[in-house]
Design a protein around this ligand. Structure first.
Ligand SMILES: [Zn+2]
Length: 387
């Protein structure tokens, strides 16, 4: 997730916030100031409610951060590199730099750390609130923080991907059956079921009780179900790609466009009869220097094609989109397209030997799903995750 607001580094980890964090901060502040605090501690001036509410909202965001930091710090101790922590509309996200947990035990520890931190925070606020003899509005705010952190801990432990509880369940299933892919499918299904359940509960609250909070629950459920489904697919593809090289995915020996060639000549000899819609552009030594798309060719008026060089209508080729055939195919997954439907150019010893297009990627992903989606025990009725 993109960090629109960089908050700095904590223990060397970049911490930031997505703009949607503002929405949740304002929402929490408003609910506290106009509803929760006036109910718990009536008779105060409005400005005091708002001041305490603003402070409580900020402390609440800090406790969300503490939850994510707990994940991040435990992950780092287990040798998993942490890229960043970002707060957003529905909480926080800790992004890892690459390899996920290597063992079920590591996954369990990293996953359970966040809810434990929230539980700890809840306990601390509880201990602070208990003997607190200040203005009632302040005491109520601390009680609210204790309660919210407890809710955070419990909610995150619900057993479905992508929640922490889903990862804990994944670690347990992985440990028990020694089959990571099977655990992936199970928690993806559990996450989807959980999301649907929350949507149903939220809908019932809204319709039967008239609680607008039901809308929020429906939103969270909808997000959960979607995230569980897409995460499941990504993990399946990820596992399916294991052991694959770039050469297994690429289109080998594609037609290339010599940069020095006349555009008219290239159109007539190659472009008009080629099955490709994008061509790696090469120099005299066969080295990739750019990319030529059909669109770029079409943009050159027919009457000026003659006399223009292919290189002059080609787009540049970013260095990170040049792969070698023996690289791990997973590297492709991290790249987006950059021009036309080209994902990467594959070169060996400086010469173009292949290219990867979105069509190559789509076909390989389907193959990956076919490879991992096959049930191990067809008789037990277990079916691969349905799209
Ligand atoms: Zn968490």
């Amino acid at each position: 997730m993109r960090q629109s607001l960089r908050l700095g580094h904590v223990a060397g980890i970049p911490v930031g916030a997505h703009w949607s964090t503002l929405v949740i901060a304002v929402l929490i502040g408003a609910v506290l100031a106009v509803s929760v605090l006036p109910q718990e501690a009536p008779g105060e001036e409005a400005v005091r409610y708002w001041l305490v509410a603003a402070a409580a909202a900020i402390v609440f965001l800090a406790s969300l951060l503490a939850h994510e930091l707990a994940h991040a710090l435990v992950a780092r101790r287990r040798g998993i590199a942490v890229r960043s922590i970002t707060l957003w509309l529905l909480g926080g996200i800790t992004e890892f730099a690459g390899e996920e947990a290597r063992t079920p035990k590591d996954e369990f520890r990293v996953s359970v750390a966040g809810p434990l931190a929230s539980l700890l925070a809840s306990g601390v606020f509880f201990l602070v609130a208990l003997p607190l003899r200040g203005p009632a509005v302040l005491v109520s705010a601390v009680w609210w923080l204790a309660l919210m952190n407890a809710v955070l801990a419990v909610f995150n432990m619900l057993p479905g991907a992508p929640l922490d509880g889903g990862r804990v369940l994944h670690a347990f299933l992985w440990h028990r059956h020694r089959d990571r892919a099977r655990a992936d499918r199970s928690v993806a299904k559990a996450g989807q079921a959980l999301g649907m359940t929350l949507i149903a509960i939220g809908g019932l609250e809204l319709i039967l009780l008239g609680w607008t909070g039901g809308l929020w629950l429906m939103l969270v459920g909808w997000f959960l179900a979607g995230a569980a489904r897409s995460e499941g697919l990504v993990r399946i593809a990820h596992r399916g790609f294991q052991g694959w090289r770039v050469r297994d995915v690429m289109t080998a020996s594609p037609e290339v466009a010599p940069g020095w060639q006349d555009v008219e000549e290239f159109v007539e000899n190659v472009a008009l009869r080629s099955r490709q819609s994008v061509f790696p552009v090469v120099d005299f030594s066969g080295r990739a220097t750019g990319v030529l798309t059909m669109q770029a060719l079409a943009a050159v008026p027919a009457e000026v094609r003659h006399g223009r060089r292919v290189a002059s209508v080609s787009a540049s080729l970013p260095a990170d989109h040049v792969l070698t055939p023996d690289e791990d195919a997973e590297h492709i997954m991290r790249l987006g397209t950059f021009t036309g439907d080209l994902v990467a150019v594959v070169a060996e010893d400086g010469r173009v030997v292949g290219m990867v297009t979105t069509a190559d990627l789509a076909r390989s992903l389907q193959q990956a799903i076919l490879r991992t989606g096959v049930p191990r025990h067809p008789h037990n009725g277990q079916r691969p995750l349905q799209g």
